[in-house]
Design a protein around this ligand. Structure first.
Ligand code: COA
Length: 397
């Protein structure tokens, strides 16, 4: 009998600025319905120059750590595809900034948007082997495409922090996934670029191929059928992608995909991403938080199916059971306040932040003016070292 392991806390953070898709459509001379209806997006979070994956991650993790003895954290597994250093792990910066104990392991993981799931599964298995482990799994990303490219409308940024333990107050992750890998060039970012390259239509197609194969692997190996699931969450590059994915899954299961059914089983997982935009490795888990926090149904003891996709590509379909009293352990009010409290940027302000990102990426020396109201910010880069600030007092490097 395996020790139950899973997610005890799930905290989301995104930048405190957004661009409204109406303003985007107006500036780009497009019909706003293309974004609202065609892609299913109404806002996108925009990263200010004084935030990056480290501050997104630290800001996401802070509420979890505030409620526990931080000396119990035994590992930090940090997934990202928006790395800020080719060598030093972003997890090490976060470890320092959060004052985590030195008896702790830290690593950065990468496989496009799949990295967060790889980190979660590693953590769950570490806990199954040693139930004393208390692991902080973090996924943080900044989705950035070239201005004027089709990808520009699907930008965004965000982080999730998950506490993985043998007391899974929110979700037990069940053993046994379905998975699929294929070496493809649907989305990539060479080291010399700060924006991603994407073959958008092809990536949508490969996503659906990975979904089909991962589902078949899962359903065959565990004899699960569609009816064994109460809800579904998908990787969310844009929310319409999940609707396409779920329609495909229903078809594979010999079912008619009608709007009412789609809305009931995955509609609530889309609410947060619709106003945050793409957060790559974090997006599936932003969707999970959205589901648990906005679905009015009591999901206790219900099974959720989660499909993770990372370009390049890997797909994994895995399952989780919702724990009793899960609602007592959510950060619903905090998340909704964060999302509603963001400042709307004009298109000109969005462009200024967009161009400032390049200065940060290429600079060895830079003092960064205060923009964010997040607790942790990037204060400066001096002698090629990033210096972070805890705005509640201590500063760290
Ligand atoms: N009203 C309603 N819908 C509209 C519309 C309008 N005025 N104008 C266009 N649309 C619909 C299109 O029919 C299309 O829907 P469909 O895909 O269901 O056919 C959708 O809006 C997008 O329009 P399209 O012309 O295909 O957009 P695009 O060429 O600008 O590219 C992506 C869209 C998603 C391919 C592009 O944003 C991209 O490359 N994004 C990044 C990659 C990504 O997210 N990959 C996903 C897998 S990880």
């Amino acid at each position: 009998m395996l020790t139950p392991a899973g997610i005890a806390r799930l905290s989301v953070y995104t930048a405190p600025f957004y661009l409204d898709m109406n303003d985007f459509a107006h500036a780009r001379g497009e019909d706003a319905d293309k974004f609202h209806v065609g892609l299913g997006q109404s806002r996108m979070s925009v990263l200010p120059p004084d935030e990056d994956i480290v501050t997104l991650a630290a800001n996401a993790a802070a509420p979890i750590l505030a409620d526990m003895d931080i000396n119990r954290i035994t590992a930090v597994l940090f997934a990202t595809e928006s790395g800020i250093d080719q060598s030093k792990s972003a997890g090490a910066f976060v470890h320092g900034l959060l004052g985590l104990p030195s008896r702790c392991r830290v690593i950065e993981l990468k496989h496009a948007c799949y990295g967060g799931t790889a980190a979660l599964q590693m953590a769950v298995n570490m806990v199954r082997v040693n139930p004393q482990e208390q692991i902080l799994v973090i996924a943080a990303d900044v989705a950035r495409y070239e201005l004027g490219s089709p990808g520009e409308a699907t930008q965004g940024c965000g982080a999730v922090a998950m506490l993985v333990s043998s007391q899974p107050d929110l979700l037990i992750i069940e053993p046994g996934s379905g998975y699929y890998t294929e070496d493809v060039m649907d989305f990539w970012r060479p080291n010399y670029r700060d924006t991603a390259l994407v073959d958008g239509k092809y990536s949508t197609m490969v996503y659906l191929t990975a979904l089909k194969n991962a589902w078949e692997h899962l359903s065959q190996s565990r004899q699960l059928t569609y009816q064994d699931f109460a809800r579904f969450c998908y990787h969310l590059p844009f929310t319409k992608m999940a609707i396409k994915a779920h329609s495909r899954l229903m078809k594979l299961c010999g079912l008619e995909a009608d709007e009412t059914q789609l809305d009931a089983v995955m509609g609530h997982s889309l609410a947060y991403n619709r106003i945050v935009g793409n957060s790559y490795s974090a997006s599936l888990y932003v969707g999970l938080a959205s589901l648990l926090e906005t679905d009015p149904a009591d999901l206790t003891n219900q099974r959720i199916g989660l499909f993770s996709y990372g370009s390049g590509c890997v797909g994994e379909f895995f399952t989780a059971l919702v724990s009793p009293d899960y609602r007592q352990h959510l950060y619903t009010g905090r998340h909704q306040q964060l999302l509603e409290g963001r400042k709307r940027l004009s298109f000109t302000e969005y462009l200024a932040f967009y161009h400032a990102f390049g200065d940060v990426e290429r600079s060895g020396n830079l003092e960064l003016p205060l923009h964010t109201n997040g607790r942790y910010r990037l204060g400066a880069i001096r002698a090629h070292k990033r210096l972070y600030v805890d705005q509640q007092g201590t500063s760290a490097s």
